[in-house]
Design a protein around this ligand. Sequence first.
Ligand SMILES: O=C(O)C1=C[C@@H](OP(=O)(O)O)[C@@H](O)[C@H](O)C1
Ligand SMILES: C=C(OP(=O)(O)O)C(=O)O
Length: 438
Amino acid sequence: MRPRRFLPTGPLKGRIRVPGDKSISHRSIMLGALAVGETKVTGLLEGEDVLSTAAAMRAMGATVTRTGEGAWTVNGVGVGALLQPEAPLDMGNSGTSTRLLMGLVASHPITATFIGDGSLSKRPMGRVIDPLSEMGASFEASEGGRLPLILKGASPAVPIRYRLPMASAQVKSAILLAGLNTPGITTVIEPVPTRDHSERMLRGFGADLTVETDADGARVISIRGEAELEPQTIEVPGDPSSAAFFIVAALVIPGSEVLIENVGLNPTRAGIVEVLRQMGGSIEEVNPREVGGEPVADLLVRHSALKGIDVDPAIVPAMVDEFPVLFVAAALAEGVTTTTGLEELRVKESDRISVMATALAAAGATVRETEDGLIITGTGGEPLVGTNGTIATHLDHRIAMSMAVAGLASRAGVEVDDVRPIATSFPVFETMLEGLTA
Ligand SMILES: O=C(O)C1=C[C@@H](OP(=O)(O)O)[C@@H](O)[C@H](O)C1
Ligand SMILES: C=C(OP(=O)(O)O)C(=O)O
């Protein structure tokens, strides 16, 4: 454990460039590993989660090399040619690595053991085991469909048409990746749209993938199997999920003005910006452009008087990882913020509804937990009291960073029990924070 107390600060001033998008970084390595030839990636997130993906792809035959800061090359083996890993694949803290790689392995003639840390070993894998079993893969999982688990891939796998029972880009992606090496057409029906990086990138690598809308408005995504992928040159845009911590910090700390460069604003990811604007946040998009096939802009964020709102549950998938830090913004806003439809937050690195309720209450906020969200009455811009004791972060990077932001906007500071998990998604978080408060 590495505890740290985050102390109240004066205005945040300056410019930062957040690291590469985690979702796109994982997929760059996975798809690069399936393309014959050299894929070049810049702006790759060098966080522990992505490094777990890199190590797993190496263990299955790809050559994954760091050539400079954020600059990587991947020499792939080709779809269908992943090798049998000799040791268990250690997924660390990363749900994305686990579920997407389970999809890849499921349609290869190999057997792999997946292991992970204490947090990942509590998370549900039944959601991918079910569809991948239908495709012919077999599983020996721990109780409740959890890690450690052994996956025996099917050869050949059978194509399925699968309607997602929950809004999950990881489940969608696992099935599409399994479909890459499955003869015929694999289809995923997505009633509620989730992040579409897999669809964009699979197409970019040359897969035959179509997206249609059915009569009920659901997205119908189909991929033709036995695909051949072409190596690509990828520039990874900055991660909006990482930017969110500094957006909220700049909004709630009086006198702040921060320019966050190169933030990915894919509409399936940018919900946090929309919701914070609805709360009265001043977030200006400067120099909008495209990077790596994704919409990107620099965000100029100024301290603003925030007001509470009812957050529309339809926006949840577009900001699913940003609720912990949104709760901090709500705790400092004027009036009541109500969130609903957040049941998926209970199966992330921690139960983010209940852990944030406890953490914010300990820091002096007024919070009520419901079955599927939090109702928070804000201070109207007054700092939070801060903590006496230590906040339990449960190996959850987003809890640690959110409560760090709460500490900056408090009187006594906020102590979190362990900042090490921050390195899974945002290794330079503390350094960037120091740069803005210096
Ligand atoms: O596909 C992805 O890259 C991700 C999907 C989301 O998970 P779910 O699919 O479980 O919603 C998100 O929470 C995670 O951080 C990254
Ligand atoms: C949920 C997250 O990641 P993962 O599911 O990949 O562990 C996250 O980064 O907030």
